[in-house]
Design a protein around this ligand. Sequence first.
Ligand SMILES: Nc1ncnc2c1ncn2[C@@H]1O[C@H](COP(=O)(O)OP(=O)(O)OP(=O)(O)O)[C@@H](O)[C@H]1O
Ligand SMILES: [Mg+2]
Length: 278
Amino acid sequence: MIKVIELKNIKRYYRPAKEVVVRALRGIDLDMESGEFVSIMGPSGSGKSTLMNIIGCLDRPDEGTYFLDGIETSTSSQDAFAFIRNKKIGFVFQAFNLLARTTALENVELPLFYNRTDSKKSGKASRKMAEQVLNEVGLGDRMDHVPSQLSGGQQQRVAIARAMVNDPAFILADEPTGNLDTEMSMEIMTLFQELNNRGKTIIMVTHEPDLAVYSKRIVTLRDGELVSDMPVTNRRYAANDLANWKKEHELLSGISTSSMEERVPPRGERISPLGEMQ
Ligand SMILES: Nc1ncnc2c1ncn2[C@@H]1O[C@H](COP(=O)(O)OP(=O)(O)OP(=O)(O)O)[C@@H](O)[C@H]1O
Ligand SMILES: [Mg+2]
């Protein structure tokens, strides 16, 4: 079976000034297979973003080899490298990174235009694919909304649909719930677990142990080294936790929160869609 990711002895050193070397990654060996749901954890400065950038083909290591879906990326040309990135990886960011004046449908369609290697693929077919993934993330009735007309959780679902539309080898999510409240975070984790159950491979960077327990495996970095790689033994199911959370919330507030669409978050809970809170 071909591994989706095969990292061997990956080293990445930054040289911010003369005679200063930051050893951000000191020889990482890491494999991932299709269908995994992996959390990458570790304290600030441990090398998570550096590793994500390499896994996401946004950066190359100084030493070591990286096979993505069986393709050696370390020696590929710039063009091939960019092609692999666009074709094989679906990115989800903390700040959603949607185009503001563009509808959900158009945001999701965008990667299909960048990636159109087959000129025969019509605009109509692209539209159909975008509609299909938006339906999959539960936004079939919000396709014509622009980001400001969507909740934070809905915006992140649009971003997840955009990440999926090319049918990538894996979804790479960097703190995907960092800008979301508890309820919306659990909605996103529910969606990730559903997608993973349907076979999608997911890699997520998170600071929160509470979120990592929804994945299947936790890889921990410290000082640029991989210090732990464990299956999640106490795995939790976000849909259950979300249902319980809603029940408790209803009891506490006396307000029905059973309809997601009708719920208006209290003032303090509103989160800027552009992540201005950071
Ligand atoms: N462009 C850069 N130039 C120099 N040093 C850098 C650069 N980027 C990162 N570093 C250093 O490399 C190390 C790893 O940084 P990285 O951003 O990968 O950590 P992280 O685990 O993502 O941290 P955080 O949780 O705070 O996001 C840190 O010591 C950081 O200061
Ligand atoms: Mg980081």
